[in-house]
Design a protein around this ligand. Structure first.
Ligand SMILES: [Ca+2]
Ligand SMILES: [Ca+2]
Ligand SMILES: [Ca+2]
Ligand SMILES: [Ca+2]
Length: 309
C-alpha cells in the first residue's frame, strides 16, 4: 500500500513522504535539515547562505528566508538601490539648508549665513560676531555658536554692519566712501562739497571737515560775519587816528596834522617854520616853536629882549 497517499506515514511535517515497496521513506523538505523523523529549519540568515543584497536585511522563515531592502534603499531585497532623498524631495532639510545624498541616507547642511543642525537653520547675525571671537581660517569665519561662514568680507572699521536674512551688509559711515569692506575719508574741501561760508576756510578731517572763519570775520564757519574792529573796546587804531571798518578788516587814518599808518601817528614836523632863535618841541600832540630864553615872540618870530633905558 501507499502510506504516503493514505496519510499513514510518520514523516515530519517538514518532510516529504515517498512510497517504497512494502514501506515508505521521508526526505526533509527544502530549507530543512535532519533525519527522517526530525527536520529542522535552516537559518540561512545566520549561516550567511542567503542571496539578499548587501543593503538588504535577511529575515529567516520556516523553510526559507525573506530579504527586505534596508531603510534608505528600494528594491526587491535581492537588488537594492539607494534612494536619492534630495532629488525626490523626501528630505526634511530646512529651507535654508542644502541636501547631500549619501548611500542609504542624506545630509542636511545649513547654507552659508545660517547656523543650525540642518533640520533647523537660523540666520547668523554677522554683525554681532565680535572681531576678537572670530576664529578665522581657511577663508571661513567660525563662531562659537557653531558653523562657519564664508568670509565674504568683514566690515571696515568705519563702516556700519547691518544684518540681513542669510547675510549682512557693510555701509561706510557718513563722511566716508567705499564698498563697506574698505572705507576712505571723503575730502569735502578738495571736492568742494563742504558748506563752509564763503569767508571761511575748509579743513578736512577723518570722517568730517570743519570751517574756520577767515581773519577779520567771526562765526561758526558756516556763518561768518565781519568783525567791526572799530566798535571793539580796544580800538586798534592810534588815538590820533580815525577807525574805518571794512569787510574783513579796518582802516586807520591819522588825524590831520599827524602822519603815519594809523596805528602809529606822529605829529607832522613843522619845526622848519620855527624862528632861528626858537626851539622846536612837541607839546600836546603837536610840534610847536618856542622862543629861546632871552627872546620873546610866538616862536615863529622871536625878538631879543633888550633893556630899555
Ligand atoms: Ca540616499
Ligand atoms: Ca545674517
Ligand atoms: Ca573728511
Ligand atoms: Ca571789519
Amino acid at each position: 500500500m501507499d502510506e504516503c497517499a493514505l496519510n499513514l506515514h510518520h514523516c515530519n511535517i517538514s518532510a516529504n513522504c515517498f512510497n517504497t515497496h512494502g514501506s515508505y521513506g521521508c526526505n526533509c523538505s527544502m530549507g530543512f535539515v535532519g533525519n527522517n523523523s526530525v527536520c529542522k529549519d535552516v537559518d540561512e540568515c545566520a549561516q550567511d547562505s542567503h542571496d539578499c543584497h548587501t543593503h538588504a536585511l535577511c529575515y529567516n522563515t520556516a523553510g526559507s528566508y525573506n530579504c527586505s531592502c534596508k531603510h534608505g534603499y528600494y528594491g526587491n531585497g535581492y537588488n537594492c538601490t539607494d534612494i536619492d532623498e534630495c532629488a525626490l524631495q523626501l528630505d526634511r532639510c530646512h529651507s535654508n539648508a542644502s541636501c547631500l545624498n549619501i548611500p542609504g541616507s542624506f545630509n542636511c547642511t545649513c547654507r552659508t549665513g545660517f547656523t543650525g543642525n540642518g533640520s533647523s537653520c537660523e540666520d547668523v547675525d554677522e554683525c554681532l560676531i565680535d572681531a576678537n571671537s572670530r576664529l578665522t581660517g581657511n577663508g571661513s569665519i567660525c563662531t562659537e555658536l557653531g558653523g562657519c561662514l564664508q568670509e565674504t568680507g568683514i566690515c571696515h572699521g568705519q563702516a556700519v554692519c547691518t544684518n540681513t536674512f542669510g547675510s549682512f551688509v557693510c555701509t561706510c559711515k557718513s563722511g566716508f566712501t567705499g564698498n563697506g569692506s574698505d572705507c576712505v575719508d571723503i575730502d569735502e574741501c578738495e571736492l568742494s562739497v563742504d558748506n563752509c561760508h564763503i569767508k571761511s576756510s575748509c579743513v578736512n578731517s577723518k570722517g568730517s571737515h570743519s570751517c574756520i572763519c577767515l581773519p577779520g570775520y567771526t562765526g561758526d564757519g558756516w556763518e561768518c560775519s565781519d568783525i567791526n574792529e572799530c566798535a571793539l573796546d580796544a580800538d586798534p587804531c592810534n588815538k590820533r587816528a580815525t577807525c574805518d571798518n571794512t569787510p574783513g578788516s579796518f582802516k586807520c587814518v591819522c588825524f590831520e596834522g599827524f602822519h603815519g599808518d594809523g596805528l602809529e601817528c606822529k605829529p607832522v614836523n613843522s619845526c622848519i617854520l620855527c624862528h632861528k632863535n626858537a626851539l622846536c618841541t612837541e607839546i600836546n600832540d603837536a610840534y610847536g616853536c618856542q622862543c629861546q630864553a632871552g627872546f620873546s615872540g610866538d616862536g615863529y618870530n622871536c625878538t631879543g629882549m633888550f633893556c630899555v633905558q
